[in-house]
Every structure is written in structure tokens, then in C-alpha cells.
Design a protein around this ligand. Structure first.
Ligand code: C5P
Length: 296
């Protein structure tokens, strides 16, 4: 008897925090934030094939494929929530760098949830799926949305940007670059909690600034803000050094993404990025990750 094998595949985009304000620390230790996030054309591909039990492989050797991988955690959480008995074998083609603040692992986990949900006769509705995603990580729910969005709370409250504002982001060209080292997200938040109180911005002030940008006509460049930068830049000085150079030499809007270590600059469609790429290579060497991509 031949075994029926059907492989399904899905794109798992990376994300950029174009605006990231941390408004305080919660009693549970997590931070309250208000963030404008856009997904990128850069991302991973996740495949699922029916199998007994759960397993995964990855095209890149520096990604663990054991139970610590969020893809397998997502699969087990999905099975527990739905009573699903079938297992599966995942294969991940990794393109998003890890430890970058680009949400790669979170996006892979949501891709797994989407693949598993798609093969069910009665898929989970958006709400339980969002709750499941939030239980896996603060940056997971945003990957269930399609288009630029605002995320609040610890990341579990996601709202699509109004179309007029989303149009000022979607399709914008960005250069993403990351030094050879990564930055741990818990470490970065720990720095805020341990003594960078100036990094917290009052929620009312943040919401007012965001509402002005959403309702106005200003381009993406005027939105960019990252409240993590101060704490991260104090230790990883190679990052502000390069960002300052890109601002002064090329007049570009340059920021850290999330807790880093990836950074980005916004550029016009026809902009010649070769001198910018050369400046990045000069500062961070050949092992730096560099990608010319765009916001979805
Ligand atoms: O939710 P996730 O597992 O991705 O978060 C990793 C760590 O980052 C948390 O343990 C916490 O230290 C920090 N974090 C936070 N506030 C957030 C998101 C993450 O303090 N909103």
C-alpha cells in the first residue's frame, strides 16, 4: 500500500520594529510596549510533511532542531490545544539571521501553527490561534496579521494600521545589516529593568505621537524610534558608531531593530546603495549580514 505524502510549505517573514516605545514594566516582569511593526520580504520557508511524532530538520547548521526550537514547541502546543493526533516532520530553510531582533524564530513558530491549522478539517479561529501564538512568545501574534500594524501590551494586542498610514510603509526599500554577534532579547530588556529608566516613555505621550503620525502625511522616516537603543548602545558601541556614520555621511534614517543586533536604513527605490554597503563592510567586516529588501 503506498503511503500518501503531501508536503505543504509557507513563507515565514522577518519583521522590523519601525517604532518601539517601552512604556513600563509589568508585575509579571514583561514590559509594556507600543510598537509599529512591518513584515519584510526577507524570511524563511517552512515545510510540513505528515509523519508519526514530531521532528524537524534545517538547512542551516547553526539552528538547533531539538525540542528547544520554537517550531516544535508550537507543534506540541497546537496538538495539546486541539487534540490533534497526527504528527509531522518540518523542514526549515533559514534566511533570517538569528539573535537579530528580526523575529525569525517567532515567525517560524507562527508558520508552524498556520501549516498545522490549514490541515485541520475544523481550523482554530483567529482568537484561540492568537492566544496560542502569544503563549509561545511576545513577538508571535504579530505574524498572524497581514500588513503593517501596531502592537501593544507585551505584544499580544495587534491592530492593523489604517490603510493611509500603512501605504506610507508598505513597499519601502530597506537595507538590513547585522554584525557577526547577536543580542539576547532577555538581556536587552534586563538592561532597561536594571537601570535605564530614561528608556521608559509615558504611554499617553507615546500614543499621542503615534496618533499624530498615523493621522498625518509624514513619511516613514519621521516615525522611526527605538527605546531599546540607549541600553543596547552602551554595551555594543560598534552599532551607534556605524549608525552615526550612515546618518552623517549619507543622510539616511538609521535605526536598531527591536533589541538588535540587526539595524536598518530606509532608502529610496532608485538609491545607489553600493557606497552604503561598502561603509557597512568597512566597519563590520565581511562576516556582517547585509540584505537589500523591502517592507511588505
Ligand atoms: O516573550 P518572549 O519569550 O519572546 O520574551 C523573551 C524575554 O524578553 C522575556 O523573558 C522578557 O525578559 C523580555 N520581554 C519583556 N517584555 C516584552 C517582551 C519580552 O520584558 N514585551
Amino acid at each position: 500500500m503506498s503511503r500518501f505524502v503531501s508536503t505543504s510549505s509557507i513563507f515565514a517573514p522577518a519583521k522590523l520594529n519601525l517604532f518601539l516605545a517601552i512604556t513600563g514594566r509589568r508585575p509579571d516582569g514583561f514590559h509594556e510596549l507600543v510598537s509599529v511593526v512591518a513584515q519584510l520580504a526577507l524570511g524563511d520557508t517552512l515545510q510540513l510533511e505528515p509523519d508519526e511524532g514530531w521532528s524537524m530538520t534545517c538547512g542551516s547548521s547553526d539552528v538547533p532542531v531539538d525540542e528547544t526550537n520554537l517550531v516544535l514547541k508550537a507543534a506540541r502546543a497546537f496538538a495539546a490545544a486541539t487534540g490533534e493526533r497526527r504528527g509531522g516532520r518540518f523542514h526549515l530553510e533559514k534566511r533570517t539571521p538569528v539573535g537579530a531582533g528580526l523575529g525569525g524564530g517567532s515567525s517560524d513558530a507562527v508558520a508552524a501553527l498556520r501549516l498545522l491549522n490549514a490541515r485541520r478539517a475544523q481550523p482554530l479561529e483567529t482568537r484561540p490561534l492568537t492566544e496560542l501564538a502569544a503563549s509561545l512568545g511576545s513577538d508571535c501574534p504579530l505574524f498572524l496579521a497581514d500588513g503593517p500594524l501596531v502592537m501593544r501590551g507585551r505584544g499580544e494586542r495587534v491592530e492593523l494600521l489604517p490603510q493611509r498610514a500603512a501605504r506610507r510603509l508598505s513597499g519601502r526599500r530597506v537595507l538590513i545589516f547585522k554584525p557577526a554577534f547577536g543580542i539576547s532579547t532577555p538581556w536587552a530588556y534586563g538592561q532597561l529593568a536594571a537601570g535605564a529608566p530614561a528608556s521608559y516613555r509615558p504611554a499617553a505621550e507615546v500614543e499621542a505621537a503615534l496618533a499624530r503620525w498615523i493621522e498625518g502625511e509624514d513619511p516613514a522616516e519621521t516615525l522611526l524610534w527605538n527605546g531599546m537603543e540607549e541600553a543596547v548602545f552602551r554595551k555594543f558601541v560598534a552599532i551607534p558608531t556605524l549608525l552615526d556614520e550612515l546618518r552623517s555621511a549619507f543622510g539616511l534614517a538609521a535605526r536598531l531593530s527591536g533589541s538588535g543586533s540587526a539595524c536598518y536604513v530606509l532608502v529610496e527605490k532608485d538609491y545607489d546603495v553600493s557606497p552604503v554597503m561598502q561603509a557597512i563592510r568597512n566597519a563590520w567586516g565581511e562576516s556582517a549580514f547585509l540584505m537589500d529588501t523591502y517592507l511588505r
